[in-house]
Design a protein around this ligand. Structure first.
Ligand code: OGA
Ligand code: NI
Length: 346
C-alpha cells in the first residue's frame, strides 16, 4: 500500500541548512524596471462610509466608487477592527505554520472544497512555476470550520471572521449604492446571507534569491472583496495602468482588493485588480487574506437593474459561483484567465 504522501512545504525548504539558491521549479523572473516604488493608493475612511451624516456618507461612497474604478484597491482606515485582534490572528497563524512538520499533514485537503486546506504554491499538482508560499485556507462561512490547533487560532478565528464579515457587509451596501442600486440589492442578488468566506493565511519564507522567485503569481481573486492584513513585512504589489506598485500600508489599516465577482456584478465598472506578492531575503512575511464572495449557490451575472436599460448589454455570462470557483482553483494561477471565460466579447 502506498504511504500517504504529504506536501513539501516551502517553509521547510527555506529552513534547510546551506540553501543558497532556490530549486529551478521556483524560478520566476520579473522586470525590476516594471515596479514603481511610490504610489498614492486611495484611502477610504470606513467610519465615514457608515456615518449618520448624509454628506459625509455620500462623499465616502463617492471616494469608494473612484477607488474601485481607478485602482480596484484601497486602504481602509477607521475600520473598527481591534488592533489586538489583528495582531493576535497574525500571531496565531504564525503559530500554525510553526507547528512541527509531522503535525501538518492532517490538514492537507481531499479536494478544493475541503473546508480546511493546508498546502504550498497555488495548486501544487499542476503548477509549472511554484509560488514561494505555504498557505492555510479555511472555509469559515456559511459553515464555520477551524483547525483544532493551535489553540490561539481556534480562539480568535470566530471573532475575526465575524468582524471581517461585518466590514464587508457594510462595504457591499455602499458599493450597491455607488452602482446606483438600492442599498440591499447586492446582498439580495448575490445571496450574501450565506456568503462564502475563506480565511487564507499565507506564509512567505525568507528567500535566498528573491529576485528570481515569486511569493504568489499575478492573479485576481475570485470573490467580491478580499481584506488583507500582514505582519510588518511588505511584499504585496498591485497592477495599475500596466505597472506594478508596491503597497506599504499604514499601521492598523486593512487592505482591500476587488475580485472577479464584483467585476461581473458591476458589469465591468469595477475591474478586479491583478496583484502578486514578492519575497525578500531578510524576513519571513505572513499575510491573512479574508476572501468574501457571493453564496456558492448564487448564479452570478451583472446586476439586473444595470443591464435593463435600452442599449445596455450584459458583458459577462451568468455562472454559478461554485462552478467558477472549482474551475479557477483546479487550474494554474494565471492572471485573469478564468474571468475571460465568462466575459462576453463585444
Ligand atoms: C491571496 C493574495 C497577497 C499577499 O492570498 O490571494 O493575493 O500579499 N495574497 O499575501
Ligand atoms: Ni489574491
Amino acid at each position: 500500500m502506498a504511504a500517504a504522501r504529504s506536501i513539501s512545504c516551502v517553509k521547510h525548504l527555506a529552513e534547510s541548512p546551506n540553501l543558497s539558491s532556490i530549486p529551478t521549479n521556483y524560478i520566476y523572473h520579473t522586470d525590476p524596471a516594471e515596479t514603481e516604488v511610490e504610489a498614492s493608493i486611495p484611502v477610504i475612511d470606513f467610519s465615514l462610509l457608515t456615518s449618520h451624516n448624509p454628506l459625509h456618507k455620500a462623499k465616502a461612497i463617492h471616494d469608494l466608487d473612484q477607488a474601485c474604478q481607478d485602482w480596484g484597491f484601497f486602504i481602509l482606515v477607521n475600520h473598527g477592527m481591534p488592533e489586538e485582534l489583528r495582531q493576535g490572528v497574525l500571531e496565531a497563524a504564525a503559530e500554525f505554520f510553526n507547528l512541527p512538520e509531522a503535525e501538518k499533514p492532517e490538514f492537507e485537503p481531499k479536494n478544493v472544497l475541503s473546508p480546511i486546506r493546508y498546502g504550498t504554491s497555488f495548486n501544487a499538482a499542476t503548477d509549472n512555476v511554484f509560488c514561494s508560499r505555504d498557505f492555510l485556507k479555511v472555509f469559515v462561512h456559511p459553515q464555520f470550520a477551524s483547525p483544532h490547533k493551535p489553540q490561539s487560532l481556534r480562539q480568535l478565528l470566530p471573532e475575526y471572521c465575524e468582524r471581517s464579515r461585518d466590514v464587508v457587509s457594510k462595504l457591499s451596501k455602499a458599493i450597491s449604492q455607488s452602482l446606483g442600486l438600492e442599498e440591499t440589492e447586492m446582498e439580495t442578488e448575490l445571496e450574501l446571507r450565506s456568503s462564502l468566506q475563506i480565511f487564507v493565511a499565507n506564509y512567505y519564507p525568507r528567500c535566498p534569491n528573491p529576485e528570481a522567485a515569486m511569493g504568489i503569481l499575478p492573479h485576481s481573486d475570485h470573490g467580491l472583496f478580499t481584506l488583507l492584513i500582514q505582519n510588518d513585512v511588505g511584499g504585496l504589489q498591485i497592477q495599475h495602468h500596466q505597472r506594478w506598485f508596491n503597497v506599504n500600508p499604514p499601521p492598523n489599516s486593512i487592505l482591500v482588493n476587488t475580485g472577479d465577482h464584483l467585476e461581473i456584478f458591476s458589469n465591468g465598472k469595477y475591474k478586479s485588480v491583478l496583484h502578486r506578492a514578492v519575497v525578500n531575503d531578510k524576513t519571513a512575511r505572513l499575510s491573512i487574506a479574508m476572501a468574501n464572495g457571493p453564496s456558492l449557490d448564487a448564479v452570478v451575472a451583472p446586476a439586473r437593474r444595470l443591464v435593463e436599460g435600452e442599449g445596455v448589454v450584459a458583458a459577462y455570462a451568468a455562472m454559478k459561483y461554485k462552478d467558477y470557483l472549482l474551475e479557477q482553483q483546479s487550474g494554474q494561477l494565471d492572471g485573469k484567465t478564468m474571468l475571460k471565460r465568462v466575459r462576453i466579447q463585444d
